[in-house]
Design a protein around this ligand. Sequence first.
Ligand code: NAD
Length: 235
Amino acid sequence: MNKNDLIVVLTGAGISAESGIKTFRDYDGLWENHRVEDVATPEAFDRDPVMVWRFYKERYFQSLDVLPNAGHYALVDLEKHFGDNFLLITQNVDGLHERAGSKRVLEMHGKLLTCFCVGCKANYKMNEVDLNPEIPTCPACGKFLRPDIVWFGEMPYFLEEIYQALKKVSVFISIGTSGHVYPASYFIAMAKQNKAKTIGVNFERPENNIFIEEFHQGKAGELLPELVKEWIGDL
Ligand code: NAD
């Protein structure tokens, strides 16, 4: 890869699997034994905010308990090499890329570390609010807070920035994502349409496999350290 190439990386739950966070599709499309419709839709929150909050409090505390793995750190090295010609888009909400040291990262599905008020929209770090009530409330206006997660049916964050990058990308690398969740599953097709080289790193062939030119099958934490050395010409 040339240092002037724009490298765009898309990660999904698979890159955090070796940190101990279950992927989404580990158990027949369940997320930690919950159906997505029950915990990851605005309708679920309207219907049962106590249950939805219980789920995300567990995910939040779990994310604080785990550590980034070799896959996350390899992407930090890739970013150090390419600098402003690097963009990391993640579907993950666990904050592990930032904790590993990634700087140019767009968390398109939100993050477990923050929440916001359904009334005044004020945004808070989870550790700034009282999480003891079953449904935490806004310190400013008293309305319900909700997790800062983009649920199914909601608009992902940073889409404009992402689409701009996909117009200019030279190499698109998809890691640890099943290719099921739209629109992220479609980014690789857009990159390919714009003549980018496409690379996949995944435990199994993903749903959008037909758009991948070069596929590396295995665990991200095991494969990425060597692959990144290869990509930056350091082998
Ligand atoms: P997914 O669970 O649908 O797919 C994960 C993919 O990673 C699978 O194809 C699996 O074969 C692969 N995989 C598993 N272990 C791997 C490893 N060690 N190395 C490489 N690949 C591995 O995940 P998705 O496509 O990201 O979609 C899930 C959605 O659920 C996302 O939108 C995300 O917001 C949310 N989610 C996030 C987390 C997290 O933040 N860690 C965890 C679960 C779900």
